[in-house]
Design a protein around this ligand. Structure first.
Ligand code: NI
Length: 229
């Protein structure tokens, strides 16, 4: 299951990010990337060094926004988030089909993030470039994703995915991984559905309604059974 999370960054924030990202130097991703040895073979893009002050500053700003972004929290039930990284595709740059590594070690720390969900936060508007779709192979179909700047896609890290060649302009994005408190994607999807139902029932009947209270208790009791922290 994939989810589009809209408005992680406002258009003003995107403009500010791009003002900084457009004037920085972008190294070849092979020199600084997180890709495993197999994924590296199919990767042709540029990526900011994760130790660069700019990557750290902008990554922390994204993390602060995500912490307050209810649609993200409700869907992902995040436990750990890998520090956001930034990449750029231009001049035919692409990333062939691969799946993401299961365990990601955060540089200079002992923290390991299990990748349950992969995230791409778009920082270029769709009309700034041609190509560059993120293709995700779901069990029954292939989705081609190209979102507005400031919007984000979340998808299962185990799904094969690729970025199609960018044939005009540049595609700039932030990407990172989320370890969810609920490892099983099907259980997480049920919790999300129930959460949305409780929110709708609350809006229709009020938070003090007994039925709403019982449904909310079921949500939290399921989360209590399934969450690992
Ligand atoms: Ni990937």
């Amino acid at each position: 299951m994939t989810a589009v999370i809209e408005g992680v960054l406002s258009k003003d924030e995107v403009r500010e990010f791009r003002g900084l990202l457009d004037k920085t130097a972008w190294p070849d991703a092979k020199a600084v990337g997180t890709a495993g040895s197999l994924a590296k073979l199919v990767k042709k893009n540029q990526q900011l060094d994760e130790a660069s002050p700019l990557a750290i500053e902008l990554g922390n700003r994204i993390l602060r926004k995500l912490a307050k972004h209810d649609p993200f929290t409700a869907y992902a039930l995040p436990h750990r988030i890998y520090p956001p990284r930034f990449n750029r595709y231009a001049d035919g740059g692409s990333y062939g089909a691969h799946s993401d590594s299961a365990l990601l070690h955060v540089a200079n720390s002992s923290v390991v993030v299990r990748s349950d969900l992969s995230a791409t936060l778009f920082l270029s508007e769709p009309d700034e470039y041609d190509g560059g779709e993120l293709e995700i192979e779901n069990p029954s179909d292939t989705q081609a994703i190209k979102l507005g700047a400031g919007d984000m896609i979340l998808y299962p890290s185990g799904a094969l995915h690729r970025v199609l060649p960018v044939t005009r302009g540049a595609r700039i994005a932030s990407f990172f991984w989320v370890q969810s408190t609920v490892r099983d994607g099907a259980a997480r999807a049920l919790l999300y559905e129930l959460d949305q139902g409780v929110k709708q029932a609350t809006a229709a009947m009020g938070g003090d309604n007994q039925t709403v209270q019982r449904l909310a208790a079921v949500y939290h009791n399921l989360l209590r059974r399934w969450a690992e922290t």
